[in-house]
Design a protein around this ligand. Sequence first.
Ligand SMILES: NC(=O)c1ccc[n+]([C@@H]2O[C@H](COP(=O)([O-])OP(=O)(O)OC[C@H]3O[C@@H](n4cnc5c(N)ncnc54)[C@H](O)[C@@H]3O)[C@@H](O)[C@H]2O)c1
Length: 258
Amino acid sequence: MSRLEGKIALVTGASSGIGRAIALELARSGAAAVVVADLSDGPREGGRSTTALIAESSDAEALFVHCDVSDSAQVTAAVGAAESLGGLDVLVNNAGIVGPGSRLTEIDDDAIDAVLRVNICGTLYGCRAAARVMTPRGSGSIVNVSSVVALGGSSRTSVYAASKGAVAAASYALSAELGPRGIRVNAVHPGMIQTAMTTQDQQLAAGTVGETLSVRVPLRRTGTPDDVAKAVAFLAGDDSGYVTGTSAVVDGGWSRAL
Ligand SMILES: NC(=O)c1ccc[n+]([C@@H]2O[C@H](COP(=O)([O-])OP(=O)(O)OC[C@H]3O[C@@H](n4cnc5c(N)ncnc54)[C@H](O)[C@@H]3O)[C@@H](O)[C@H]2O)c1
């Protein structure tokens, strides 16, 4: 029996990329229902929506909820949608934006605010809304998507790195705060994963980063959304029942080889 059997999960930013892979992995691992919360139901890569793919590949109920995670009311409504299906067991705060790949001296206030609002506030709003409904039930699992940039320096990523460092730090603090209520909180640090986010990267598109990267990654390849999804599914489900306040680095060893 799967360790996600019967659980109701909510994944933010699940219309494409890593979030989509997580939603599908949770569904295939036995979740009873998966709420796909995103700005749009249409995947940026084109093709079928995440809810359609869940219906094709599993028995899980799939529900799309329009949600901008930088708006706390919309996040609360998305958690409410999961509750209406029977109660939220798993929240994955995955939605995120990378912002401008520029030096800090060239980034204006609005661009900084946008990244912090989505990546930090969005994660905190999600954790807060989930904790409020999980607390009376005395159980729950939250997984927050950080990044390897939170673990080591990289030029032109200061705002994004700050936001992802905050995501990890909040996860550790919340594990202490919510553990006594039966709620686990963990994080994942993906490395360079092939999604719309990375293919939009100018240097990656030009091939310069991609070529160097495969040499610098000990496992000699960039990651796939499924690589991250499998780690998230472990942290989300009961197989990791005594794991909280930690993070999984899913980067092919990249951060150890810098
Ligand atoms: N791709 C990588 O290499 C990589 C590495 C480390 C961490 N991450 C993190 O993984 C997560 C997913 O990244 P991805 O590569 O799949 O990106 P992506 O751009 O392919 O997908 C992000 C999804 O989030 C949604 N989204 C964006 N802003 C939102 C908002 N305000 N509210 C709700 N949904 C919103 C988008 O619509 C999209 O569906 C992000 O948090 C990202 O920072 C990605």
